[in-house]
Design a protein around this ligand. Sequence first.
Ligand SMILES: Nc1ncnc2c1ncn2[C@@H]1O[C@H](COP(=O)(O)OP(=O)(O)OP(=O)(O)O)[C@@H](O)[C@H]1O
Ligand SMILES: [Mg+2]
Length: 303
Amino acid sequence: MTDKTTGAHGSVREDTAPDGDRPLIELRSAGKSYGNIRALHGVDLTVHPSKVTCVLGDNGAGKSTLIKIISGLHQHTEGEFLVDGEPVRFSTPREALDKGIATVYQDLAVVPLMPVWRNFFLGSEMTKGPWPVRRLDIDRMKRTADEELRNMGIVLDDLEQPIGTLSGGQRQCVAIARAVYFGARVLILDEPTAALGVKQSGVVLKYIAMARDRGLGVIFITHNPHHAYMVGDHFSVLRLGTMELSADRGEVGLEELTNHMAGGAELAALKHELAQVGGVDTEELPEEGDLQAPVAATPEGKS
Ligand SMILES: Nc1ncnc2c1ncn2[C@@H]1O[C@H](COP(=O)(O)OP(=O)(O)OP(=O)(O)O)[C@@H](O)[C@H]1O
Ligand SMILES: [Mg+2]
């Protein structure tokens, strides 16, 4: 397990690390084109240890493209990508993982019929005994998975149950605990709350906060400004492949964030159209200024 990282090499410019924390990850004017489709352009993003960086944006805004660059699935075609202050260009997700960058995808690469503990170690199984009779160390894997999940406050009745029988929220939590156990320094979560109800979303947000408190730099991709605002330290809003807003928590309220996401003017136009259709109570739609930022909505454990 890695603590708060200070990295081993490279130097960081003063202006990129005002709080003294060396950024784990930095994108500078980064972009990506697929052939002649420009999916991302001129994006700046910084990820610090013990901070949650939220990336918001509508469908097709470029969120997945952005995390694919960071997680080694795609390469940027413009700008710079630095890890621990060093320019990098990953050819495979393995290279990103070796730098401590773990990604939890929305569809979660789990095998639904395999037990929870087996999924926890999928691809990195513990073994015992000498070659050529090495075999899986099942007891140690079960014990470790149980300990690690409990450490994160995740209590499951039975680790033998197929992971497919867990709720979506629980599966996300297992994936977060797994990334923490395998030494992630940067945890990327692609829309972990998108398919979840209110309560389960709350549970996942709690583990995002817990990963942050353990010193990880978290990149939280979401459509939902409310979820982002509950745990976020920094907010980056993508729109049509460029960064429309990049602001620290102190610089932006929930209301403004929501407006950026909804596209204030577009929402007003939609409201106008709906009013003409009839049958929709447009009074129920939010007005600008209706949305109150929650007071100190940061989850427990944060100063
Ligand atoms: N492999 C690809 N080849 C060509 N174009 C692509 C490819 N992947 C993404 N794009 C395009 O890049 C743009 C950004 O897509 P991306 O998947 O990054 O958006 P997103 O913000 O993740 O959207 P969503 O919320 O729907 O997941 C889109 O216009 C998409 O059509
Ligand atoms: Mg996407």
